[in-house]
Write a protein that binds this ligand. Structure first.
Ligand SMILES: *Cc1c(COP(=O)(O)O)cnc(C)c1O
Length: 427
């Protein structure tokens, strides 16, 4: 995609022609002086969700009390999973909404390792989210099986070469566990190709979809993926700490057993048996009582994405990240910014990373800009990345333009120098 105009009017024209523009009104957006480019970390609040949570608390909990379990709560994990399944190319009984991504990763990775006895290699990469790497490292000590966690290296800090993947996956490999879209650089793997490589060596493939679900095409069945996990609070807009999801391909469900034998993984929790008997199907990957209130937020948010359609979402996301790259090249490269994401759209998720030696202070200056200057919320990822995300349901081209203008003003006027000390606990 080629752009040749840096004028604000051009951004406005693209918004006027944008066929997804009407979705923005479906979100709570109260501050016109705030540009939110952090939808890959915490998505915005849909208007419908605010009403639904109020109704859940006041009516379902307040009035229906324990009866709520038989009036829809008990099936919520599976019902919500079936919705997400449509978004990621899975069958409706292959996804369960439960726990956090980290816990789900633990459950599925441990289940897969037990099924792969005799193989002691776990393959991940240097881009993977730390929590994923920690969970994999923790498995090694927990089961005392001397698993070896190998990380595929990067040559350019931005992408991972297919031949490095091929070199590391071998007949010793039990599982391959990768993030489909890398949280820092936004590098996106070829899911079909890597899954096939893993299978050709007899390994099971576990994808983390945290930065993909709701933003890029995912076809779990089409790629014959074994296992997957993902969160719902990023591009799925389901709110802070909303429960995560897990996917287990249908034919594997009866073959795997996960290590947390909670009552919601058992065949009939309300029989209160003293001995564990795993549930059939996807339910056996559950744990304990589901977080009903926060899970309620998932369905309306996923409905919006299904309505917009992932094709249109991805098309706009590509155009918006291309536009961001174009504007940063035109307006920011002269101030020492470098692109820390793949230049090719097909290798990139829905955000870009800009690198600069003063990235942390620049981020703070953007977030804390005093009015009338516009406030911009990106996020900072160590050591020097400013992440800027396009969330196509609510991000506008005009916002992207104004954000780049503001970044330029912050570096040109050295406004960031005021913010050069001490980091906040959450970046
Ligand atoms: C956000 C994210 C997580 C978060 O895990 P939680 O356990 O839900 O906090 C895990 N993996 C990746 C790749 C992420 O981007």
């Amino acid at each position: 995609m080629k752009f040749s105009c840096t004028e604000y009017e051009f951004a406005m024209e693209m918004d006027a022609k944008d066929e997804l523009s009407s979705f923005r009104e479906l979100f709570v957006i109260n501050d016109p002086g705030l540009i939110y480019l952090d939808g890959n970390s915490l998505g915005r609040l849909p208007v419908k969700t605010a009403g639904l949570i109020k109704e859940t608390v006041e009516n379902e909990w307040g009035n229906r009390l324990i009866r709520g379990w038989n009036e829809g709560w008990i099936d919520l994990s599976k019902r919500t999973g079936a919705k997400i399944a449509r978004l990621v190319g899975a069958r409706e009984d292959e996804i369960l909404v439960t726990d956090t991504t980290s816990v789900n990763l633990f459950k599925l990775a441990a289940a897969a390792l037990s099924a792969q006895s005799g193989r002691d290699k776990i393959v991940s990469d240097v881009f993977n989210f730390p929590s994923d790497l920690y969970v994999l490292q923790g498995l090694k000590d927990l089961f005392g099986r001397n698993y070896n966690v190998k990380r595929i290296p990067t040559k350019d800090n931005t992408t991972i070469a297919k031949k490095d993947v091929n070199r590391i996956i071998d007949e010793e490999t039990a599982i391959v566990c990768l993030s489909h879209v890398a949280f820092k650089s936004a590098f996106m793997y070829d899911m079909a190709g890597i899954t096939e490589t893993a299978h050709s060596e007899g390994a099971l493939m576990l994808w983390d979809l945290c930065h993909s679900a709701g933003a890029v095409h995912v076809d779990l069945n089409g790629c014959n993926v074994d296992l997957a996990v993902g969160c719902t609070y990023k591009y799925l807009n389901s709110g802070p700490g909303a429960p995560a999801f897990l996917y287990v391909r249908r034919d594997l469900q009866e073959k795997l057993i996960q290590p947390i034998w909670g009552w919601f993984a058992s065949r009939d929790p309300f029989e209160f048996n003293s001995d564990f008997n795993p549930a059939e199907g996807i339910s056996r990957f559950g744990t304990g009582t589901p977080p009903v209130i926060s899970m309620k937020a998932v369905e309306p948010a996923v409905d919006m994405i299904l309505e917009a359609g992932i094709n249109r979402i991805r098309k706009k996301s590509v155009k918006q990240t291309e536009y961001l790259i174009y504007l940063t090249e035109q307006k920011l490269s002269q101030y020492g910014f470098r692109l820390g994401s793949p230049r090719k759209a097909e290798l990139r998720g829905s955000h870009i990373s800009l690198q600069h030696e003063k990235s942390y202070s620049i981020c703070r200056a953007l977030i804390e800009s005093p009015s009338p200057a516009v406030k911009v919320i990106p996020d900072f990822r160590t050591p020097d990345n400013i992440r800027l995300a396009a969330a196509p349901l609510y991000t506008t081209y005009a916002e992207i333009h104004r954000a780049v203008q503001r970044i330029q003003a912050v570096v040109e006027g050295k406004i960031y120098e005021k913010y050069s000390c001490g980091k906040l606990p959450v970046t």
